[in-house]
Design a protein around this ligand. Structure first.
Ligand code: SAH
Ligand code: TRP
Length: 317
């Protein structure tokens, strides 16, 4: 049976429960990262973006400001701007001001953040037609692009694409390629491969905000699914795995323990981990090749002055 893609109410809780039970039943336990973003998770994420160690947000904002003229010439003014994983829509403001789209469709799984960002933007830009879509972009989403005016541009910043496997990223780009149509375009923010020490610091901040973000997933399982995780018995662990080229985030059990979620029981050995997220790092060429395999023409790449982060202008040709 097809799942209800609207992450609200009973259907959402059922999917959450099924995904948690399936993930913890595997020989190598894992949980899907989309569940990080409850109200507290979204707030912690915004705090991560302000950390001195977390360079991607600052680098992407800086490069977007520096190249805004070229980005808007590439994307063209007017039309419809669709953004996936829009969160607080802070980066989007730069594009809205430069492109002056007639409509803006932010898509996010985190409902409170989506709604409050949309109403803030509506106050800032009364002329803009804003149509927030609360949904999960890892499943087919009905966005009424048929009524979208003008050229369609999909914006996917924040290296959220790095949280997908390369196979999922390929499928996602194929989906957006279909969505923007033959004259459309896409802007994708992609974090780049670099010194593993810099990456390590970004995902292991001194104040422990990233650790709190990771551990919040267990608190959410307790609250929404009646789990009995003791978050203090788990530790945040993030490292760069060079051969797949990704940061892996884990929650490592500090002791042997059992945890119940509803009427399911899971046992952990000391040192056993739950793999909670990947953050793939690309080379410029590697990402452009991925985009081209998905049916885009990789036309433009903009970098920040230190070459930490990239924004790609993809044309549907
Ligand atoms: N665009 C912002 C936020 C990036 S964080 C920035 O660049 O700073 C990733 C965002 O994607 C969060 O707001 C999260 O709620 C959302 N998100 C994560 N997985 C999602 C999914 N499967 N479907 C829809 N939104 C998702
Ligand atoms: N997509 C960004 C990244 O991979 C932001 C992000 C998602 C993130 N989940 C995170 C950052 C967890 C730190 C920790 O960097």
């Amino acid at each position: 049976m097809a799942r209800d893609p609207r992450p609200g109410g009973a259907a959402r809780l059922n999917s959450f429960r099924e995904d948690v039970i399936a993930g913890l039943s595997q020989p190598r336990k894992a949980l899907p990262p989309k569940y990080f973003y409850d109200a507290r998770g979204s707030r912690l994420f915004e705090a991560i973006c302000r950390l001195k160690e977390y360079y991607p947000t600052r680098a992407e904002l800086a490069l977007t400001r520096a190249h805004l003229g070229a980005i808007s010439r590439f994307s063209r003014k007017g039309g419809t701007l669709i953004e996936y994983g829009s969160g607080d829509s802070v980066k989007s403001r730069l594009l809205i001001e430069a492109l002056h789209p007639s409509s803006y469709i932010p898509v996010d799984i985190s409902e409170d953040v989506l709604r409050s960002a949309a109403s803030k933007l509506q106050r800032l830009y009364p002329w803009l037609d804003i149509r927030p879509v609360h949904g999960d972009f890892s499943q087919p989403l009905e966005i009424s692009v048929a009524r979208a005016k003008g050229r369609r541009v999909v914006y996917f910043p924040g290296s959220t694409i790095g949280n997908l496997t390369p196979e999922e990223a390929h499928a996602f780009l194929r989906m957006t390629r279909g969505q923007v149509g033959p004259r459309g375009a896409m802007l994708v923010g992609v974090d780049l491969k670099k010194d593993a020490n810099v990456l390590h610091a970004a995902y292991n901040d001194a104040r422990g905000v990233t650790a709190a973000f990771n551990l919040n997933l267990l608190a959410r399982i307790n609250r929404e699914l009646g789990g009995d995780f003791k978050p203090r018995r788990f530790r945040h662990y993030a490292f760069y795995n060079a051969s797949p080229g990704r940061i892996e985030m884990h929650l490592v059990s500090l002791t042997p323990q059992t945890v119940n979620v509803g009427n399911h029981r899971f046992t952990f050995e000391a040192g056993e981990s739950i793999h909670t997220e990947n953050s793939y790092k690309y080379s410029v060429g590697g990402f452009r090749a991925l985009a081209e395999r998905a049916g885009f023409k990789a036309k433009k790449t903009w970098l920040d002055p230190k070459g930490l982060f990239s924004l790609h202008g993809l044309a549907a040709v």
